[in-house]
Design a protein around this ligand. Structure first.
Ligand SMILES: C[S@@+](CC[C@H](N)C(=O)[O-])C[C@H]1O[C@@H](n2cnc3c(N)ncnc32)[C@H](O)[C@@H]1O
Length: 240
């Protein structure tokens, strides 16, 4: 009888077997590998006094005018979360519209560069700095952020990393707030996690997956714009 009851109970146990555990472990390893690679490749000097970020800085003006400002100009940017700011070329633009910018990057060197560039207060904007674990926003409180922003960084992040961040966006965003994330669409061509072999180091993320993650975690997609010869996607979403 006891054996019979046990077998009935087993029918209702969550279906976690050796296989699913192995997949979860593989995903965790894959995610940590990608976070480390992406962190380390953005923490190097190209020559004794030149970083990647110095070379990227001049392109900001045209990217802001063409892709960014037209998409965000009607949003309330007062309390902004910028994910992966690098050395702050976007921050320098956002600060004209924000009262607070919370900067989160996996690299201490990037956060240090932003601290040096902006300090605690610059013009009318207050700055807050965090080095994170590369996939969560634990340092940011619930329902605190009015605008979530990232440009030219999430394009490299593995889909597993993006999924964790989308979950966190829902947690930190206020009701009625918006987000703007520039991410890869190259997963449509190649879903391999070997992101550094792909053009422009684009990851296995896609526009469709971003919609799926938003649906799963309770965010609403307002617009997606495919750019850069289909390599990238801008996703604009809200928490309503
Ligand atoms: C190509 S740079 C872009 C920086 C900045 N957004 C810009 O447009 O100049 C990529 C940035 O992502 C950061 N990063 C890489 N992986 C990350 C992760 N998993 N989570 C948070 N930041 C990450 C790097 O430290 C770097 O600052």
């Amino acid at each position: 009888m006891q054996r019979f009851i046990k077998s009935l109970q087993n029918l209702f146990l969550p279906k976690i077997n050796g296989n699913t555990l192995a997949i979860t472990e593989d995903n965790e390893n894959q995610m940590q590998k990608q976070i480390q690679e992406c962190r380390d490749t953005h923490d190097v000097l190209l020559s004794p006094s030149v970083t990647y970020f110095d070379l990227a800085e001049p392109a900001m003006e045209s990217q802001w005018d063409e892709y960014i400002y037209p998409n965000i100009k009607n949003f309330d940017l007062s309390i902004c979360l910028e994910l992966a700011p690098g050395h702050g070329r976007n921050t320098n633009k956002l600060k004209q519209y924000a009262k607070e910018i919370h900067l989160v990057d996996v690299n201490q060197s990037c956060i240090d560069a932003c601290k040096e560039r902006f300090g605690d207060k610059n013009e009318n904007c207050n700055f807050f700095y965090y080095v994170n674990d590369g996939h969560t926003l634990k340092e940011i409180g619930d329902n605190m952020i009015q605008f979530v922003y990232s440009w030219d960084a999430v394009v490299h992040f593995d889909k597993l990393v993006v999924k964790d961040y989308v979950k966190e966006f829902f947690r930190i965003m206020r009701l009625g707030s918006y987000g703007f994330i520039h991410h890869s669409n190259y997963g449509k061509i190649n879903s391999s996690s070997e992101w550094m072999k792909n053009p422009g180091w684009r990851s296995n993320m896609t526009a469709e997956l971003f919609v799926e993650y938003c649906d799963e975690f309770g965010l609403q997609i307002l617009k997606q714009q495919i750019i850069n010869n289909d390599l990238d996607c801008i996703s604009i979403f809200s928490k309503s």
